[in-house]
Every structure is written in structure tokens, then in C-alpha cells.
Design a protein around this ligand. Structure first.
Ligand code: C2E
Ligand code: MG
Ligand code: MG
Ligand code: MG
Length: 287
């Protein structure tokens, strides 16, 4: 099982290893080889409209299929990729693969949904990111409105003035922009108004404590209210229970993502989920 492999993986990549230069170099070397040999793959996790229950998007989440170890989660290699400069080629692969796959699903006649891709801080610092995104959209033929980029709050706030410029360039392409892990960094509200973002993603740490911590419930409610008043879309990540979903629904949170609906899954599992929604649509129309 992938879950068990994940646990073994964590043992192989203990934190101490990161401090050992030799170990890091060897991981770097293996990541470089992995990129060359096509050992990376994407899992997709559905994003669901809370009102209709339909899948409106899916987040692309990268994994490394290490032939010796099994499936390796991003937390075990993204930091090293960032430090080694490998994040550029890796992110480019993720972006291209997510766009290509989404277009392929649409060409198969499946109900269209957007695909969300995580952009690392390093990649966001590259001035020509908008150019890269544009050329990948052209190359794959995916309409811009079916691509969304997720940037964490801390990535954006690290250099907020520069971020305004880059976000505007990206937004001009017609793609969606979301602020990931929202609530964990500190966004100045005046900046939030100047960023051309479409969506806030409430960090999992707040959502997971709905029902346990009144502080986290207050923060979640406040983020949803903030999104409404700034006319932004809002999605909760890490929804695991019906009680959490009810809480979000009662506050008119637009979308949800989490194990309660579906775990991140291999690409082969996505078409039948999208198909199921088409059935649902027909049922509604007939009712
Ligand atoms: P993220 O962007 O905040 O992604 C959400 C993470 O939460 C995913 O972990 C997902 O599997 C997990 N998750 C979703 N629903 C639930 C839930 O209900 N309960 C729990 N406990 N967890 C849930 P994952 O796939 O391990 O990714 C971790 C992080 O790695 C991501 O956080 C993102 O920051 C980064 N990452 C993933 N793919 C990429 C990528 O292609 N590029 C970059 N730069 N970063 C990536
Ligand atoms: Mg994300
Ligand atoms: Mg997140
Ligand atoms: Mg996160």
C-alpha cells in the first residue's frame, strides 16, 4: 500500500540526512536521474463545489516513484530540489504534465474541471514565469481558465511589491490564482486587495480543528467572511469529517478539498469520478 510505502520512505529520509552534505548530494543526484528517467508522477485530489457536490477542480500533487523505495511524498524531496536548483526543471515538468493531462481528459469528452498546480517560492522568483506558463498553455492547448496556480501566503509576502507585478502578469494570461495555506503567514489586508488573486485556500491546520478548537473555528469563519467581503472565492483544504463540512457549508464556504471527499489519487482514477458527476447533473435536470 502506498501509505505503508510512505512510512518506510520517511525512515529513509530522516531529518539528520538533510544536514549531512554527502546524503544531500546523493539525494540530489538521484533526483536528477529521476527527472531524466521519468520517475515523477502526479496524483490528483478533487476540489468540490460545496453547494452542488460536483468536482470543479483538482490539485496536482507530485510524487516520486523511486524504484528502490516506492512512492516518495513531496515533503521528502521538494526542499532538496529547491536548494539544488532542480526545482526549476521539476516545476516545469509538473506544469506541463498537469496541463497536458487536463487537456487530454477534456479531449476525451469528460466534464471539464480546472487543474491547480503548486508553484514553489523559488520558481515564483523567476522573472519569466508568466512566459513559461504562456508557452505551456500554447503547447498543450489547454484554455487558461482551466489552469490555476497555487502560491503560499509566505511566498507572496516575502517580496510583496514584486509579487504584485508577477501576479498581474500571470493573471493577464487568464489563468486562476490561489493563495495556498492561507492564515499561516501574515498577509497585509491592503496587499490582499492589490493582489489579483481569485481564491483563498484555508490552511488545513485550521480546518482540521473545527469541532475541537474554538479559536480555529473563529479563524476559519473570519477567513470565509474576509473572502466574501473582498469578493474572492474560498476553499477549505484538509476536510476530513461531515461535521467540518457542515460548519463550512453553514458559513457559505464555496469549495472543499480533503479526505472526506477523496484522497489524492493516481491519474487513472480521475475519469470515472468526473463521469459520475455527469450522471449527477442529468439526475438534477430530470428531477
Ligand atoms: P499543499 O499544496 O497544501 O497540498 C495539500 C496537502 O494536503 C497534500 O499533501 C494533500 O495530500 C494533503 N491533504 C489533502 N487533504 C487532506 C486531508 O483531508 N487530511 C490530511 N491530513 N491531509 C490532506 P502532499 O501531496 O503530501 O503535498 C504536500 C505539500 O507539498 C503541498 O502542500 C505542496 O506545498 C507541496 N507540493 C506538492 N506537489 C507540489 C509540486 O508539484 N510543486 C511544488 N512546488 N510543491 C508541491
Ligand atoms: Mg496546494
Ligand atoms: Mg495547502
Ligand atoms: Mg500545506
Amino acid at each position: 500500500r502506498a501509505k505503508d510505502m510512505g512510512r518506510n520512505t520517511f525512515q529513509l529520509f530522516q531529518p539528520e540526512m538533510n544536514t549531512s552534505v554527502g546524503a544531500r548530494l546523493s539525494l540530489e543526484r538521484r533526483l536528477r536521474r529521476a527527472l531524466r528517467d521519468g520517475e515523477f508522477l502526479l496524483h490528483y485530489q478533487p476540489q468540490v463545489d460545496i453547494g452542488t457536490g460536483r468536482i470543479v477542480g483538482m490539485e496536482a500533487l507530485v510524487r516520486w516513484h523511486d524504484p528502490e523505495v516506492g512512492l516518495v511524498p513531496p515533503s521528502a524531496f521538494i526542499p532538496v530540489a529547491e536548494e539544488s536548483g532542480l526545482i526549476g526543471p521539476l516545476s516545469e515538468w509538473v506544469l506541463r504534465e498537469a496541463c497536458r493531462q487536463n487537456k487530454a481528459w477534456q479531449d476525451e469528452g469528460l466534464p471539464p474541471a480546472r487543474v491547480s498546480v503548486n508553484l514553489s517560492a523559488r520558481q515564483f522568483q523567476q522573472r519569466d514565469i508568466a512566459k513559461l506558463v504562456m508557452s505551456i498553455l500554447e503547447e498543450t492547448g489547454l484554455e487558461p481558465r482551466y489552469l490555476e496556480l497555487e502560491l503560499t501566503e509566505s511566498t507572496i509576502m516575502r517580496n510583496a511589491e514584486e509579487a504584485v507585478i508577477m501576479l498581474n502578469e500571470l493573471h493577464a494570461l487568464g489563468i486562476g490564482l490561489a493563495i495556498d495555506d492561507f492564515g499561516t503567514g501574515y498577509s497585509s489586508l491592503s496587499y490582499l486587495k492589490r493582489f489579483p488573486v481569485d481564491r483563498l485556500k484555508i490552511d488545513r491546520s485550521f480546518v482540521s480543528d473545527i469541532g475541537d478548537s474554538s479559536d480555529d473555528e473563529t479563524i476559519t469563519s473570519a477567513i470565509i467572511a474576509l473572502a466574501h467581503s473582498l469578493d474572492l472565492q474560498v476553499i477549505a483544504e484538509g476536510v476530513e469529517t461531515a461535521a467540518q463540512l457542515d460548519f463550512l457549508k453553514a458559513r457559505a464556504c464555496h469549495e472543499m478539498q480533503g479526505y472526506y471527499f477523496a484522497r489524492p489519487m493516481p491519474q487513472d482514477a480521475i475519469p470515472q469520478l468526473l463521469e459520475r458527476d455527469r450522471g449527477r447533473k442529468t439526475e438534477h435536470a430530470d428531477a
